[in-house]
Design a protein around this ligand. Structure first.
Ligand code: ARG
Length: 455
């Protein structure tokens, strides 16, 4: 394709290091769409004849059908998807194929294809995250009243509800979706027609190609158009953030599934057995989601490092932009699907959660708050009194709400029997009525809003 000024062909190692077709064949649909939009514009502007444009467009359709049926042939001599397609077009329609590459370069071509691909990838992720949100909301609604221990430092802190805990992940995923939506809006400008780096002398209509490909507008600087990979980085950064959330959720499932916790029974469908220990049921899917987050972050880092030192405009380093994005997308898709499946099918052992919530003196703050509210005692002093009550309960090996009133009165005479109404875990969660708090009424209100958000 470019051999005019060369006397010798490439060394075999050159052919190998240079070729991107083994991976960029994934861009074939976008490449065909970009070429069809380009040739339609060339014809309308009188840059190629209608007949040639028609032959080119029909040839591209034939190639698309071939790729669909048989896959893209990987020929390292032809380097990349752009050349593989153009060379097949030449086989199909003859020399007119050579007119397709008028007023463009592979630099703007690949930038366009890759933007289109990332845009489709974002739409797939969006659909996946929406499904995950629906699953979270459904399980949260079922468990809006189910009391569990809430943790700080992984120490039992205050009772919360399982519904509230699951809705925390709903909020994370909501932010993830908004990051992907931002990335999509920002990438939706079309670099096609920027040509190699400086624009073109042909009377092109870049607005026409941008519109045909569903972009909001053409990009405004030809150098930036061919050297920008922000859209790929935006995708990878959003993917990294989303994968961190999935990994934290996975981590909770791993802890919850362990015998000392026993908060969940993971479904068979997302567990594996051990070849040596028959009793085992391992949370492999969750562990792999946790592992994949590391790899996705690695993909993000790889592209950051590729881009950080590049002068304008295109450099071949940028060919390395695609593998990390493809890899991250595949890993993220698997992670979303696995966590959605687990959320939908996991058995929550709410009896066990309640039992642990009741055993960890988790209502100590409620006692302190009551002393402040009903006794007019400063919070610091109330905290101290409560600490002594916890010590007494610990010594007697009973939950706070089973301490005899005399014991409590010995600790502080201002305590009376009204205290028992606030020391149960149900009373504790029901009292947390602040906006966004764990009271079942608050959680149900958020769930109702979430359902509206999800449409
Ligand atoms: N395969 C190349 C890539 O992915 C296409 C652009 C090549 N442009 C060039 N001037 N060599 O980046």
């Amino acid at each position: 394709m470019w051999g005019g000024r060369f006397a010798a062909g490439p060394a075999s190692i050159m052919r190998e290091i240079n070729a991107s077709i083994p991976f960029d064949k994934r861009l074939w649909k976008q490449d065909i769409a970009g070429s069809k939009a380009h040739v339609a514009m060339l014809a309308k502007q009188g840059i190629v004849s209608q007949d040639d444009a028609h032959a080119i467009s029909a040839g591209l359709d034939t190639i698309a059908a071939e790729y669909e049926a048989n896959g893209v042939p990987v020929n390292l001599d032809l380097e990349d998807i752009h050349m593989v397609t153009e060379s097949r077009l030449a086989e199909l329609i003859g020399p007119a194929a050579g007119r397709l590459h008028t007023a463009r370069s592979r630099n703007d071509q690949v930038a366009t294809d890759f933007r289109l691909w990332v845009r489709d990838a974002i739409d797939e992720v969006e659909a996946g995250l929406l499904g995950l949100q629906r699953a979270l909301v459904a399980r949260a609604e079922e468990n809006a009243d189910a009391v569990m221990p809430g943790f700080t430092h992984l120490q039992s802190a205050q009772p919360v509800t399982l519904g509230h805990h699951l809705m925390a992940y709903y909020e994370m995923v909501r932010r993830d979706r908004s990051r992907f939506a931002d990335a999509r809006a920002r990438l939706n400008e079309c670099p096609l027609g920027a040509a190699a780096l400086a624009g073109t002398g042909f009377p092109t209509d870049r607005h026409m190609t941008a519109a045909a490909l569903g972009f909001a507008k053409p990009t405004d600087n030809s150098l930036d158009s061919v050297s920008d990979r922000d859209f790929a980085l935006d995708y990878l950064m959003a993917a990294t953030q989303a994968s961190l959330h999935l990994s934290r959720l996975a981590e909770e499932f791993i802890i919850w599934a362990s015998q000392p916790f026993g908060f969940v029974n993971l479904p068979d469908a997302y567990s594996t057995g051990s070849s040596i220990m028959p009793q085992k049921r391992n949370p492999d899917a969750a562990e792999l989601v946790r592992g994949h987050a590391g790899r996705i972050m690695g993909c993000m880092t790889a592209l950051c490092v590729t881009m950080k030192g590049l002068p304008l405009a295109y450099s071949k380093d940028m060919q390395d932009d695609k593998p990390p994005v493809f890899e991250a997308h595949d890993l993220l898709g698997l992670s979303i699907a696995a966590m959605t499946g687990m959320i939908e099918t996991v058995t929550f052992r709410t009896d066990r959660m309640r039992g642990l919530a009741e055993s960890g003196f988790a209502t100590a703050t409620d006692l302190a708050d009551w002393l402040v509210r009903e006794g007019g005692i400063p919070f610091r002093e109330a905290h101290h009194i409560t600490g002594r009550a916890v010590a007494a309960a610990e010594a007697a090996a009973v939950p706070l709400d089973q301490l005899p009133l005399e014991t409590l009165k010995d600790i502080d005479a201002r305590i009376d029997d009204r205290i028992y109404a606030v020391l149960t875990v149900d009373a504790s969660v029901a009292s947390r009525q602040s906006h966004g708090g764990t009271a079942p009424a608050q959680v149900r209100a958020r769930i109702a809003d979430a359902k509206k958000e999800l449409g």
